[in-house]
Design a protein around this ligand. Sequence first.
Ligand SMILES: CSC[C@H]1O[C@H](OP(=O)(O)O)[C@H](O)[C@@H]1O
Ligand SMILES: Nc1ncnc2[nH]cnc12
Length: 315
Amino acid sequence: MASNVGEPAKVYNDPIYAGIIGGTGLQSFSSFVPVATLNPTTPWGNPSSPISVLHYHSPVTSTTIPVAFLSRHGLHHELAPHEVPSRANIAALRTLGVRTIVAFSAVGSLQEDLKPRDFLIPDQIIDRTKGVRPFTFFEGGMVGHVGFGDPFDEALGKIVSKCGHSLIGDEVKLHNGGTLVCMEGPQFSTRAESNLYHSWGGTAINMSVIPEAKLAREAEIAYQMICMSTDYDCWHTSEAVTVEMVIGNMKANADNARRLVGAVLDELSKEEHQELVRAKHLEGQVKFAGTVTGKEGRSKEALERLHWLFPGYFT
Ligand SMILES: CSC[C@H]1O[C@H](OP(=O)(O)O)[C@H](O)[C@@H]1O
Ligand SMILES: Nc1ncnc2[nH]cnc12
């Protein structure tokens, strides 16, 4: 509930089905109305940042929907890609009710056609992280295997793809489909690596989609990343990527990101998408995917953690 003294409240009692994860250059969403600031804790620690509950009023459906916003690298970008507590982020969002996440990322382009400031809705991932980030909820005495052949949610991806009309600027394009390479970082790629990813047909590169997308799948959350191209990495003949380049292009494009989210929320607030926003198509999947471990082999600690995330799923 919103407090009436001008400050956002510290609790919010209604379910929040839609979540936004902001990345580099997108640490807040000031165009929506802040109604609560939540500081949840989880069995996997604290999320990257407080979670802001924002109200979005859709001019298309004349409804107001609550959205949970979380800043991936912290409020001031203090967390490196390998330090992002993705399990806590996804677990905290799920526990608030979130079943649909649109996640933003600044990416380097691996193909000529994807120009800096263009948007990309990827549909595949190549994982080049190094295994140093915690990447599953299922460990320590409870094994689980979820499908990840299509790492993004197809239905949600289609909705986001339909919203390209919201972007302004003659040159700005929204590209549908493509392969996102996720590297470990925090250093950018070598030129040999960048050439390799380009030759593989990778579309873009970042340091964030793994393990976020894997954990969202484990948490039965429909997840789509929206990539904003900021540079041509270093395979291209133009100037090699620098942080200034990334931040500069992100700042220039932040308005477009907000417009795109507005258009996506206009769609998601339609009656016909209510099952999707609640990820009804994913509900219960993990109950079966997570029953590999026989009852005698299940550890009490793992069961307790999973019970927190999926009450009633595992005994
Ligand atoms: C600041 S350049 C590299 C950094 O930018 C991207 O962050 P995010 O995905 O959170 O927007 C990329 O993944 C790297 O973490
Ligand atoms: N070139 C690049 N490599 C990895 N992550 C990035 N994020 C933005 N540009 C990037």
